[in-house]
Write a protein of this length. Structure first.
Lengths: 344, 270
């Protein structure tokens, strides 16, 4: 055990190191490449007494840098969300959007794209994220409401899972309908957003996502031991002193908040939340404290890599990041599964 | 001391337990028998506070357990279930360590580590501590789970009194509940299991209540037998008092021949 704990700690340090390396690459390369000296100068220009930033430096400070940080945070949120949901549902094929959160957020934003123009609302910077967040929370609430048993008011895990699938399907078809009736530019926006994009990154977005991510991760890690106990079943966890019902609500709430907030700023990014916990389980086992910290780091790294790829492949244009995560994630995932190094 | 008073537990309108009153004293092995659907597992779950009866109460040392906090109860009460499925790859040692979860906050203390070593030795599972639980056979899994459950109740120094851990709880006694623990075991392991349960149950501060199917095992190992049928207690007492030909015939629908060998009784079904 002590040996294992030691090697897990070493693994986490390695993952943190990789995250830093990938982050550095991500802020350096893109439509414009920045050298280390330029980056240092740009950062120095923020300090009092230094020359005003040049145009390139401002591109770095106002676009590239916040985008890289947002990417890191969203990746961490999705990774942690995936680990939480898989632990809670005791099921390795679950992803954070399962209880309707991301499809609801996507629907909220689609509705905004279609109706926002029609009602000539004041389309401020915040309207889209707010519409998405409302959609995410409402659809998740709908799933809980429908999954609740009539007898004792509790939502069983199986009911949540199946209701989540149904509500997701409902919202996806609603999005399909909206893009069908939408005029061309709106339809393009819906498509682009359903595939995920980090191009709207700003320091405001970073601040809000940072709060939810950091808070969410901190709460999640506190419940790691209880989630471990849940691995041997709800009844057994109860016998080990876990208030399972309370644990369910806390974990689901954390997941809804971090996923809805992340989705609200970046759109739907698939596969990160599903693949990340798998990769970690294969290299370091299923202990949830390790998994949670590890999936925050790995999620951040993978999404940053995906974003880098999305920016470089069709430079100076860019791909929706969701396409990259799926295109890279699916084959990797299937390869890992087929190696069958571990049993379900 | 564990007492159940006037327990009635219903699902919908169907009563699974009706007016069950029982008491179990420490240092004794109490075994519940009865036909399928008699309410044996339900009774164990009610005694463990997993299920809450509509009428009646369960008390540990005079304290109504419906008023206790789950985390406190878990320091003194452990339950061995029929079959435990693990959702993700876990090593045997990680599973056994879960038994110590109620006793430490963040990370296991050295005491927890050494208790895990001790119980793993007791159940001959030390050799595959690093193996994945999923790769074990049914019998091996059950041994691992028994080790986990005993780790939950273990006190350093096995006579039960020296160096008690987590003495900050409301209860003095330890409560071991067994829900058909022998399901996946071959005959040798069944006997071996029952011997270990017997030895643990002998501690003067351990209250043990278990469900078994095999009437002969019950007759051989129990101090007190509870015969359950249709959610009601039919008889309770020493094996020789409870296990009569007529009563077994009436409850199970098949009459045994009862033979006494030395002080033991044996049931033969033709």
């Amino acid at each position: 055990m002590t040996k294992k704990n030691g090697s897990r700690r070493a693994l986490l340090l390695l993952l943190a190191f990789i995250t830093v390396v990938v982050l550095t690459a991500s802020i350096r390369y893109g439509a414009i490449n920045f050298s280390t000296t330029e980056i240092t100068r740009a950062l120095a220009s923020l300090l009092p007494g230094h020359p005003e930033p040049t145009l390139d430096q401002r591109i770095f400070l106002e676009l590239r840098f916040p985008r890289a940080i947002l990417c890191l945070l969203v990746g961490a949120s999705l990774g942690v969300g995936g680990t939480l949901m898989q632990a809670l549902f005791r099921n390795p094929i679950v992803e954070p959007g399962l209880v309707g959160t991301s499809s609801g957020a996507a629907f909220g934003s689609a509705l905004f794209f279609v109706l926002g123009g029609a009602i000539h609302s004041s389309t401020s910077l915040w309207s889209l994220p707010i519409a998405a967040a409302i959609g995410g929370v409402v659809s998740t609430y709908l799933v809980f409401l429908l999954a609740r048993s009539r007898e004792d008011g509790r939502a069983s895990i199986v009911m949540l899972l199946l209701t989540g699938l149904a509500v997701n399907a409902l919202f996806m078809s609603a999005i399909g309908f909206l893009s069908y009736i939408a005029r061309d530019p709106q339809a393009r926006s819906i498509t682009f957003w359903s595939l995920g994009t980090l191009s709207g990154a700003s320091w405001n977005a970073v601040a809000i996502v940072a709060i939810s991510t950091i808070l969410g991760c901190a709460i999640a890690v506190r419940y790691a031991k209880q989630l471990n106990a849940l691995m041997i079943g709800e009844e057994e966890a109860t016998y080990l002193g876990v208030n399972v019902n309370r644990l369910k609500w806390i974990i689901l709430s954390v997941n809804v908040v971090i996923v809805a907030v992340a989705t609200a700023f970046t759109g739907v990014i698939s596969f990160v939340g599903l693949v990340v916990p798998h990769i970690l389980r294969m290299i370091g086992g299923s202990e949830n404290r390790f998994l949670l910290v590890g999936s925050a780091l790995t999620g951040a790294t993978l999404l940053t890599l995906a974003d880098l790829l999305a920016r470089l492949v069709v430079r100076p244009a860019e791909l929706p990041i969701g396409i990259v995560t799926s295109a890279v994630g699916v084959p990797v995932f299937i390869f890992l599964l087929r190696r069958r190094q571990y049993v379900f | 001391m564990l007492t159940a008073s006037n327990i009635t537990f219903r699902v919908g309108n169907k009563p699974l337990l009706s007016e069950v009153s029982l008491s179990f004293t420490p240092g004794k092995l109490n075994l519940i028998i009865g036909p399928n659907g008699a309410g044996k597992s339900t009774l164990i779950k009610v005694l463990a506070r997993l299920l809450h009866p509509q009428i009646g109460k369960v008390e540990y040392e005079g304290t109504d357990i419906s008023r206790t906090v789950e985390a406190e109860l878990a320091k003194r009460r452990a339950v061995l279930s029929q079959a435990v499925e693990v959702a993700f790859p876990l090593t045997v040692r990680e599973v056994v360590m879960m038994g110590r979860y109620p006793h430490f906050g963040g990370r296991p203390a050295p005491t927890d580590q050494s208790i895990v070593d001790e119980v793993m030795g007791l159940f001959d599972v030390s050799a595959f501590g690093d193996r994945a639980y999923q790769t074990l056979s049914g019998g091996e899994r059950q041994r691992v789970n028994f080790a986990r459950v005993l780790a939950q109740l273990w006190r350093k120094g096995s006579d039960g009194h020296s160096g008690a851990v987590s003495s900050d709880t409301a209860f003095f006694c330890r409560y071991l509940l067994l829900d058909e623990p022998l399901t996946f075991l071959d005959i040798r392991h069944q006997i071996d299991f029952m011997n270990k349960v017997r030895a643990f149950a002998n501690s003067p501060d351990v209250v043990t209540v278990g469900v078994v199917h095999d009437l002969n095992l019950a007759a051989r190992f129990a101090d007190q037998i509870v015969l359950l049928n249709d959610g009601r207690v039919v008889a309770t007492g020493a094996p020789i008092e409870v296990l009569t030909r007529e009563r077994i015939g009436a409850v199970f629908g098949i009459e045994p021949v009862i033979v006494s060998v030395e002080s033991d009784i044996h049931l033969i079904f033709n």
